[in-house]
Design a protein around this ligand. Structure first.
Ligand code: ARG
Length: 595
């Protein structure tokens, strides 16, 4: 529909210019928008209203003059029925049914379903997501980042951008001092034979190391010395560090494999060699202020409680660098031209909303330092907390933090129990393979979809019951719509042969037109997600589409229809299935043929 809207927009513009040449083209904006109600047609143009004052005419009269010009345009006549003027001077526009049918026909032969291929260059878009911390737990916040970041990356890739999916893992920092010290003491053999030792639960290992660090002064001293050794490139220390990173990586990878997530790791340590230069360059640019021994850049427009500007600290008073220094080095690298950089034109960070001020500070300093080239975009994509059904932080019954592995297992187990119950009720026999496949797909889809379908900015209440329900805006409901259409094919509706030519498509029922209009919104929704980075828009659309489809299929005969109507309706079924499959695929959710 985007292309049609563009055509319509330029037709309106030139109609306005012809009607009011004296107004000046710059002032003439059709203000074209989707119709606010289906009975108003497809679009409305509100551009007559703001012209009333400058032209000194009643807005309805202006609208009439625009409509008269539209009617004199054969291109417009081909596209729309007669425009209607409503209220104070809105112009309601309805596309001709044959044009809508032609759009349906075009989509049936188009694997991109009307979504244009981006043509604005080969520069990568960079998505920084997931990014857990080595030797620490990958928690539900990282899960959100992983799921949302992956969906955004998929949409951007589908649009044709080269996407760099970067895992900015926390693989550096003073915590490695205590981790390595602990490792050397409890499992010295690990350094010689890394495969011989399974540190198992690294989270527990981290806790032990931390406990010792907190209570044992000698341990603390050794740990501090260990940090210095590591930073100095001591080979033993590096080996131990590598070992810890590898162990963590293996654990993270299990989660990524289950969720079908592709990521390239480029952790914080990658930027170590560039940290000093960041500080030096900020100094040379006159942005660095030493305050209380610490290297700071004072932020413009950001004040603390005392009314003084807040600093972004880039070098601690002991000379060490921090999270912000690393992010400055990273942002600089990401925008810089290759080979000493990624040459990205858009950089997107997916983290919890708690880091919003960190990123605002980093972005501001990078911009003032001149590291973000003209025309390039940098965006923080924040999301809210994951809460339990009680509205508090998500915890296990015993009060511990929830391990991701357990959370995914439970989703799949519950999906399996639901499925077995349903099969029992329907007296269906299915193979064990089928049950495992469906339960795994459903369980993981439910977790992903529940996260993606809420507006990411708000906190999100995690509920297995809600996400696995067969009704409502859930993955099972959408997967079921796809299954239903696959069932039509099994019952003899030939969906594959339905790439009908425009003139063989015939539609008559309001439910058909409603479905067509919904189907044609797909390209607009993708454009919106690409721009606003809100996957829930795509979810709401797919949910709406499934509902409109179900209404159509419940109320209009398809398999029992005859003549051109049957083929036309089957074509709508096929286009619906393809739209749902593609849309869910962009959310990282595979579909099923049966369930
Ligand atoms: N490791 C961080 C955390 O667990 C997230 C990193 C996000 N990316 C970045 N460039 N700072 O909170």
């Amino acid at each position: 529909m985007l292309r049609l809207a563009q055509t319509l927009d330029s037709q309106l513009r030139s109609a306005m210019e012809r009607a009011f040449p004296e107004a000046g083209a710059a002032r003439l904006d059709p203000q074209l928008a989707p119709a606010s109600k289906p009975e108003f047609g497809d679009f409305q143009a509100n551009g007559a209203l703001p012209l009333a004052k400058p032209l000194g005419q009643p807005p309805r009269q202006i609208a009439q003059a625009i409509v008269a010009q539209l009617q004199a345009d054969p291109g417009f006549q081909e596209l729309c029925l007669d425009p209607q003027i409503a209220g104070p001077g809105f112009i309601n526009l309805t596309l001709r049914p044959e044009r809508l049918a032609a759009e349906v026909a075009a989509r049936l032969g188009d694997s991109r379903l009307g979504v244009p291929q981006a043509t604005d260059g080969d520069e990568p878009v960079l998505v920084d997501f997931s990014s857990p911390n080595i030797a620490k737990e990958m928690h539900v916040g990282h899960l959100r980042s992983t799921i949302i970041g992956d969906a955004l990356a998929r949409v951007l890739e589908f649009r044709g951008h080269p996407v760099l999916r970067l895992n900015h893992v926390g693989d550096w920092g003073t915590q490695f001092g205590m981790l390595i010290t602990h490792l050397k003491q409890v499992a010295p053999e690990a350094l010689e034979h890394p495969d011989a030792v399974d540190l198992g639960d690294l989270v527990a290992f981290y806790r032990q190391a931390k406990a010792r660090f907190d209570e044992d002064e000698a341990f603390q001293t050794t740990a501090r010395e260990e940090v210095v050794k590591l930073q100095g490139g001591d080979s033993e220390s590096l080996k131990a560090w590598q070992l810890l990173c590898d162990q963590s990586r293996r654990e993270f990878q299990k989660i990524y494999d289950r969720l079908d997530i592709r990521l390239s790791e480029r952790g914080e340590s990658f930027y170590n060699p560039y940290l000093q230069a960041v500080v030096d360059d900020l100094k040379a640019a006159g942005l660095l202020v030493v305050d209380d021994g610490a290297g700071c850049v004072f932020l413009e427009g950001v004040q603390g409680k005392d009314g003084r500007p807040l600093p972004l600290i880039v070098q601690k008073s002991d000379g060490g660098f921090n999270y912000a220094t690393t992010d400055l080095a990273a942002i600089r690298w990401r925008f810089a031209a290759p080979p000493e950089g990624d040459g990205a034109t858009r950089v997107i960070y997916v983290t919890d909303a708690g880091q919003a001020s960190h990123f605002a500070g980093v972005f501001q300093v990078a911009r003032r330092a001149g590291w973000i080239p003209e025309g390039c975009r940098v965006e923080h994509v924040p999301f809210g907390l994951v809460q339990g059904e009680d509205g508090k932080k998500l915890k296990t019954r015993a009060g511990d933090t929830v391990r991701l592995r357990d959370l995914l297992d439970e989703a799949v187990e519950r999906a399996e129990a639901d499925l077995r119950r349903r099969l029992g009720e329907e007296e269906r026999q299915e193979s064990e393979d089928f049950i495992q496949h469906v339960a795994t797909t459903m369980g993981l889809a439910a977790v992903k979809y529940a996260d993606l379908s809420t507006n990411r900015i708000t906190n999100y209440q995690f509920s297995f019951d809600r996400m696995l329900a067969l009704s409502g805006n859930t993955a099972p409901y959408l997967l079921y719509a796809v299954v239903r259409i696959a069932g039509i094919a099994r019952k003899g509706g030939d969906l594959t042969g339905s790439d009908a030519a425009a003139d063989s498509l015939q539609f008559s029922e309001p439910q058909e037109w409603a479905l067509i209009r919904e189907l044609l919104k797909f390209d607009g929704v993708i454009a919106e997600v690409e721009e606003e980075l809100l996957p829930n828009r795509l979810c709401s659309y797919l949910f709406e589409l499934s509902q409109v489809f179900n209404r159509f299929y419940d109320q209009v005969p398809v398999l029992k229809a005859e003549g051109p109507a049957r083929g036309s309706r089957l074509a709508l079924c096929r286009l619906t299935a393809e739209t749902l499959k593609l849309g869910l695929g962009l959310l990282g959710i595979p579909t099923l043929e049966r369930m």
